[in-house]
Write a protein that binds this ligand. Structure first.
Ligand code: GLC
Ligand code: MG
Length: 581
């Protein structure tokens, strides 16, 4: 849907409210040079696929210089491209080519922490007197203890990836804080020089033409003064310290400052979508109420946390009603005020199809289409993760040798150290792990799936041959062709941007039914979220006369005059009607 110019960016500054943003995890998207790793030229070569899908923007996960200890979210230089991904020149070409096709470009701002190889950290670590010492959190051992010995850590905080959040640095005799991997020291945002340096990074990418930012773990950039202990429960070695680093008051100040000093001065104003781990709806409203001037939208996690208490529990369980209730709570809670991204999967989650749909060959296509139908009809910017448009699923199993993700490997070794049975631990960690989403994108049926002519850096998804772009392009009834239709439908219906959300069959065990309404237009979405047929009754039987605007089957269910509908397994349909007074 190219209009051949870049001015499309000046139109509709609120494009993101109903926009579809396609997430590329560059390492696994497309490899242009045969080294087995995806790269920016690879993305450029696939832009026609994205334009053809009809998405509005591409969000690129990190491609910056990085030792890649956490998939590139350990950034060693914010203003360059890692040689394995290409050059800044390749990035510029990619932006130009995207804009020419009417696609906006968002990059990932990973500023809660740097890599331990970033020059800021190398300088900070060089001595206690370094001018950059206070750019990070350095603390002495606990009084009366010996640094580096168990129990000497400055506090009891746990790292998100397991174990202590502190790493001992013998050279300067202090610990540094890392909420994530030991390779990711946290930046101290309380230091104005750090915030100034981050603003420079933001300007750097704006000058190169980017249209916005996805802000990594942005709600964790303020920590409680004094970094106090949480207090351990019996049997605990480390404590979940989120109360001391999630949604702390100064996050709001820092975000407002960034808006004021940089983003608001840029025309059109770049969009900001902030990753907000475990954020409550009310807090999310505070971040994204346009009047607050902080973030445009958050990426919330409630709906992807329903089947787990941490990163290893029960990754495969499906609880349709819990999921749907969570979605409803967010749609209602933000409606009319703030914005939260609508997504089922990402580079951090197992594949949505395996988790929320049903990859069984009998239900695979229809469940993928049902997920897409609901997603495209909800309110808020849609994040579509690479491979979802062809219905990619998790690999059937993971061997230890195949795992690449630091979080999975660390959780595996900690659980085994704790006496867990290796095979059981591996099955759990593998099923819930992030590598599931990081298998190579499937472009065709060649040995490297069109992803690479070399040897891919990670195992393949094991999906059947018809799960590829080539096998589905132009094929009526394929997931890919359905996704295109659903995106086009979303773009054509203003009610899907601004229309009020109302649930229609609250509490139904499997049917997700809701309306989106503007004064003159109503849309009804019905989706059976299970692998059995179902009969349900709509409270408003007058929907019987509405038009079927989108359906996952060629022979969609009819609403009877009494409001009853019989849906097939994973059948979804969308009805529209005009309202006159
Ligand atoms: C975010 C990223 C994730 C990364 C973490 C630390 O959650 O999405 O991939 O591991 O931040 O940067
Ligand atoms: Mg490559």
């Amino acid at each position: 849907v190219s209009d051949g110019t870049a001015d499309f960016r000046d139109r509709d500054p609120q494009w993101w409210r109903s926009g579809v943003l396609y997430q590329v995890w560059p390492r696994s998207f497309s490899d242009s040079d045969g080294d087995g790793r995806g790269d920016l030229r690879g993305v450029l070569q696939r832009l026609d696929h994205l334009a053809d899908l009809g998405v509005d923007a591409v969000w690129l996960s990190p491609f910056y210089p990085s030792p890649f200890e956490d998939g590139g979210y350990d950034v060693a230089d914010y203003c360059d491209v890692d040689p394995s991904f290409g050059t800044l020149g390749d990035f510029d070409d990619l932006v130009t080519a995207a804009h020419r096709r009417g696609l906006r470009v968002l990059v990932d701002l990973v500023a809660n922490h740097t890599s331990r190889e970033h020059r800021w950290f190398l300088e900070s670590r060089s001595s206690r007197d370094s001018p950059l010492r206070s750019w990070y959190y350095w603390r002495p051992p606990r009084p009366g203890t010996v640094g580096g010995e168990p129990g000497a850590e400055p506090n009891d905080w746990e790292s998100r990836f397991g174990g202590s959040a502190w790493e001992w640095d013998p050279a300067t005799g202090e610990y540094y804080l890392h909420l994530y991997d030991v390779s990711q020291p946290d930046l101290n945002w309380a230091n104005p020089d750090v915030r100034r340096a981050v603003r420079d990074v933001v300007r750097f990418w704006l000058d190169r033409g980017v249209d916005g930012f996805r802000m990594d773990v942005i709600t964790k950039i303020d920590k409680t003064d004094g970094l106090p202990d949480v207090g351990l429960l019996p049997g605990q070695r480390w404590a979940d310290a989120s109360i001391h680093y999630l949604d702390r008051p100064r996050v709001h100040d820092y975000l407002k400052e960034l808006r004021r000093e940089v983003l608001d001065r840029h025309q059109p104003r770049p969009v900001t979508i902030g990753e907000a781990w475990a954020v409550p709806v009310d807090t999310a409203r505070g971040y994204t109420d346009p009047a607050a001037g902080e973030l445009d939208a958050v990426i919330s996690f409630d709906h992807v946390l329903i089947d787990r208490t941490d990163d290893v529990a029960d990754g495969a369980a499906r609880f349709p009603r819990t999921l749907l209730d969570t979605v409803v709570r967010w749609q209602r809670g933000l409606g009319g005020v703030g914005w939260s991204a609508v997504y089922w999967g990402s580079h951090d989650q197992p594949r949505a199809l395996s988790r929320f749909g049903d990859p069984d060959p009998r239900f695979r296509r229809d469940s993928a289409a049902a997920l897409i139908t609901v997603q495209m009809c909800l309110q808020g910017p849609v994040l579509l993760y690479q491979g979802e448009e062809i219905g990619m699923a998790d690999p059937p199993h993971w061997s230890l040798d195949d795992l690449r993700d630091v979080a999975a490997l660390r959780r595996y070794s900690l659980a085994v150290q704790d006496g867990g049975d290796p095979a059981t631990v591996l099955a759990r960690v593998g099923r819930a792990g992030r590598d599931n989403a990081r298998t190579p994108m499937r472009w065709d049926d060649s040995p490297g799936a069109g992803f690479t002519t070399g040897t891919a850096w990670i195992r393949d998804s094991g999906d059947p041959p018809d799960v590829s772009v080539q096998a589905q392009r132009g094929v009526p009834g394929s997931v890919l062709e359905f996704v295109k239709r659903a995106i086009a439908f979303r773009h054509a219906e203003p009610a899907l941007r601004d229309g009020a959300f109302d649930e229609v069959l609250p509490g139904h065990p499997t049917v997700f039914a809701f309306t989106r309404s503007l004064p003159d237009r109503q849309i009804l979405v019905l989706a059976q979220w299970a692998s059995e047929p179902v009969e349900c009754t709509l409270p408003d039987p007058t929907w019987a006369t509405a038009t079927v605007a989108l359906a996952t089957t060629d022979d969609p269910a009819r609403v009877g005059d009494d409001g009853t509908v019989v849906l097939r397994p994973w059948e979804a349909l969308v009805l529209t009607r005009n309202v006159s007074d």
